[in-house]
Design a protein around this ligand. Structure first.
Ligand code: DP6
Length: 362
C-alpha cells in the first residue's frame, strides 16, 4: 500500500546584515563570490522559505543516498514537497530576507530528510539559492569563506564566534523604505564586476585584510574596531555601486541623513557608540552595544519623534549647533519604523508548523 503519511519539518532562520559585504560573483551558476564576507546573525526569524531548484536537487540527492544505503527508509526523495513560508521582515527591501528564506528552506528540508550534513556542508547548498543565505545557517558571528575551488566545494559558511561570545551586540534597523529594491543584488553585483575599476581593488586588496581585522575585533569584543570596519565596508560597498556603469544608488537622502546622525552621536559622546551599515537598499542598520542602548535609542528617538516627551531634550542642541537641520528633518520624515534586534541564534527547529494535516498550507 502506498505510504500516505505526511512528513513535515519546520524551522526558523535568522536574517543577517553583513558587516563585511558580499558583492560580486566569480561563478554565477554555482554562486561563488569574489570575496569572503562576514555577518552577525540577527535574532529575527522568518519561518521557512520560497524559491528553489538548485537547492532541492542537491538535498534530494543527499536523501537518495541515505535511502540507497538503507532501503527501510521511506522514499522521501520521491515525494512532492509543499513549502510554506512566512516572513516577518520586509521582503526584497535590501533587508536580507532572502537570506533567511533560503537558509530556512535548506534547514527545514535537511531536517525532513534527516540529513547528517553539518551546517557548513548545508551552507554550500543554501549559497546556491542566495549567496548571503549561507551565513544564515549559523547563529552568532559567521564568515562566508569565498574559497578557491572551481566547483565551489570550499565556498562555505563557518562560525567565527557563537552569539554567547559577544551577546551585547544589538541592532536598530531604520526602515526607510520597505519597497522592493530597484536593482536586485544578483543583477547589481554582476554589473559591478563587469564595469567597476574600483571593484577589483576592493576584492583583492581591501576585503581580505578587513576579514582578518573583523575576526580579531569580534574575538576581542572590540566595538571600536568592529564599528570602524563596519562603516568603512558599507561605504566602500556603496562606492563600488556608484562606480558601476550605469551607477547603482541604493542609499538615498534619508540614508545619508542617518549616516550624519550617527556621526553626530559619536562626536557628541566622544567615542563610537553606533555603527551604521546599509545593504542593497536605503534602510540603515545601526549596530551598538547593549550598554549604550539608552544613548543610541534616546538620540534616535529625539530625531525621529521629537514630540515624544520621553526623549526630552538631551540631544536637542545637536540639530542647532553645527549640523544641518534639514538633514535631520529628512530622517524624521523618511524613517517609517524602527526594528530592534540583537545578535542571536541560528535556525531553530519548531513544532509551530505552517502545514495542515492534509499536507497543504494551514
Ligand atoms: C548587499 O545574497 O542577495 O546584502 O547571491 O545574487 O542572491 P545573490 O545575492 P544576495 O546579495 C547580498 C548582498 C548584500 C551583502 C551581503 O549580504 O553580504
Amino acid at each position: 500500500m502506498a505510504d500516505k503519511k505526511i512528513y513535515s519539518a519546520s524551522t526558523t532562520a535568522p536574517v543577517n546584515i553583513a558587516v563585511v559585504k558580499y558583492w560580486g560573483k566569480r561563478d554565477a551558476k554555482l554562486n561563488l563570490p569574489t570575496n569572503s564576507s562576514l555577518s552577525p546573525a540577527a535574532a529575527l526569524s522568518p519561518r521557512t522559505p520560497s524559491r528553489q531548484t538548485a537547492c532541492f536537487r542537491e538535498l534530494k540527492a543527499l536523501r537518495k543516498k541515505l535511502e540507497d544505503a538503507n532501503p527501510s527508509l521511506p522514499k522521501l526523495s520521491e515525494y512532492h514537497v509543499h513549502i510554506v513560508s512566512e516572513n516577518n521582515f520586509p521582503t526584497a527591501a535590501g533587508l536580507a530576507s532572502s537570506a533567511a528564506g533560503f537558509a530556512a528552506l535548506v534547514r527545514a528540508i535537511a531536517n525532513l530528510y534527516e540529513l547528517p550534513e553539518s551546517p557548513t556542508e548545508l551552507s554550500k547548498i543554501a549559497r546556491q539559492g542566495s549567496g548571503s543565505a549561507c551565513r544564515s545557517l549559523f547563529g552568532g558571528y559567521v564568515a562566508w569563506e569565498m574559497g578557491q575551488a572551481v566547483d565551489g566545494s570550499d565556498s562555505c559558511a563557518v562560525e567565527v564566534a557563537p552569539a554567547s561570545h559577544w551577546p551585547e551586540l544589538k541592532a536598530a534597523i531604520l526602515v526607510v523604505s520597505a519597497a522592493k529594491k530597484g536593482v536586485s543584488s544578483t543583477a547589481g553585483m554582476q554589473a559591478t564586476v563587469n564595469t567597476s575599476a574600483l571593484f577589483a581593488h576592493r576584492a583583492r586588496d581591501v576585503v581580505p585584510k578587513r576579514m582578518e581585522a573583523m575576526r580579531a575585533a569580534i574575538r576581542n569584543r572590540d566595538f571600536e574596531r568592529f564599528a570602524a570596519h563596519t562603516m568603512a565596508d558599507s561605504n566602500q560597498f556603496h562606492a563600488v555601486c556608484l562606480d558601476t556603469t550605469p551607477p547603482i544608488f541604493y542609499m538615498n537622502d534619508v540614508s545619508r541623513a542617518a549616516i550624519r546622525a550617527i556621526e553626530a552621536l559619536n562626536t557628541l559622546e566622544g567615542r563610537v557608540v553606533g555603527a551604521y551599515t546599509f545593504d542593497a537598499g536605503p534602510n540603515a542598520v545601526i549596530y551598538y552595544r547593549e550598554k549604550d542602548e539608552e544613548k543610541v535609542l534616546g538620540f534616535l528617538g529625539e530625531l525621529l519623534a521629537p514630540e515624544v516627551a520621553e526623549w526630552a531634550g538631551k540631544y536637542a542642541k545637536v540639530a542647532l549647533e553645527g549640523y544641518d537641520n534639514k538633514l535631520f528633518e529628512a530622517l524624521k520624515d523618511g524613517v517609517s519604523r524602527v526594528i530592534l534586534t540583537r545578535v542571536g541564534e541560528g535556525p531553530i527547529r519548531t513544532d509551530d508548523t505552517l502545514i495542515g494535516t492534509d499536507g497543504l498550507p494551514s
